[in-house]
Design a protein around this ligand. Sequence first.
Ligand SMILES: C[S@@+](CC[C@H](N)C(=O)[O-])C[C@H]1O[C@@H](n2cnc3c(N)ncnc32)[C@H](O)[C@@H]1O
Length: 216
Amino acid sequence: MRLRNIPAAEPAIAASPYCIKEPNTIKGQWKSSISNNKPIFIEIGMGKGQFITTLAKENPDIYYLGMEQYSSVLYRALQKMEEEPISNLSFLCYPAEELPDIFEKGEIDKIYLNFSDPWPKDRHAKRRLTSSRFLDRYAQVIKDEGLIEFKTDNVDLFHFSLEEIQAHESFELIAHTFDLHHNEEMNQGNIMTEYEEKFSSKGNPICKLIAKKIVS
Ligand SMILES: C[S@@+](CC[C@H](N)C(=O)[O-])C[C@H]1O[C@@H](n2cnc3c(N)ncnc32)[C@H](O)[C@@H]1O
């Protein structure tokens, strides 16, 4: 998702108490200084934030971080948050590449990846958020036995993601489905993202996988 450039976005993010600036200065202290010792769940590539905002409202005992690389996209989530602040949610306007600079080993309890950009060309495979290049970064910041949950309607990306996870030494695949909305067990409590609503309304089945960090 890349919206047209919104000039107001960067100053709003810089001024907002809901966006964490210089997050690398918090590395190693997220639980003590930000989450009030609550578990920390992060969505990487949150877009306009519908999924993470809903989760945060439903689960006050968990602290949520929404990470999005584009300011004009994050700005949409920020505008909603300003209308209705949520105390257990903050935003990070940073790319996933920077995760190990921002978080200490094991500081994150769960990672959500929803409808990540598919980057269909082979030469761009390393840019996919489920490629081994990113799994290496997630393995650095997620706790032992912490979970990655990934949803997409793109079957090629899903096959690629299953292969990358099964080949990765730090993760084990614990569940997957090619049709989430017809899988009673995995769909229980499912919260739809913006893209999930859009693609499932067109009749596309939604794929989901859950992977667990192997105890190191
Ligand atoms: C297709 S949208 C999906 C948005 C939302 N998760 C949903 O399901 O409705 C993917 C989002 O991921 C963001 N994104 C892509 N690569 C990223 C990266 N390396 N770091 C942070 N965000 C990224 C994009 O800017 C875009 O907003």
